[in-house]
Design a protein around this ligand. Structure first.
Ligand SMILES: [Zn+2]
Length: 124
């Protein structure tokens, strides 16, 4: 999949969120990289994406003088994780939503439960 199409699917995934959520994440930047670097390159398994920033629920959240929150998608890992070419868009979308979950301060238990529902839905 070419990078323009990949990026478009990622942005569409944000737009597909309910309007109230969508409005809250206006300041989040989406960045696409081929693979993790530095500390994250040494993580085990396929790291699909990364959220960096201060979750909305953090008590000391204050934007003044801070960089915008950032969601990074790792293209090679997402493509390797997908079982087929057709599955890549689903994996992109679910990775974006996973990282958005972190932005909203959800823990992995909550996020995993949501992901299970999405995965069941896409198999229907
Ligand atoms: Zn996570």
């Amino acid at each position: 999949m070419d990078s323009a199409a990949f990026e478009q699917i990622a942005f569409d995934a944000l737009d597909a969120l309910p309007p109230k959520l969508r409005a809250a994440i206006r300041d989040v930047q989406i960045v696409i990289e081929e693979r993790p670097t530095g500390r994250n390159a040494r993580r085990k398994g396929l790291l699909l994406g990364l959220y960096e920033g201060i979750p909305l629920t953090a008590p000391d959240r204050d934007y003044s003088g801070k960089l915008p929150d950032k969601i990074t998608l790792y293209r090679e890992h997402i493509e390797a994780y997908a079982r087929s070419e057709e599955e890549i868009p689903f994996v992109i979308r679910e990775t974006v939503w996973h990282e958005v979950g972190h932005f909203f301060g959800l823990d992995h238990d909550r996020i995993r439960r949501m992901e299970k529902r999405w995965q069941e839905k896409r198999r229907e």
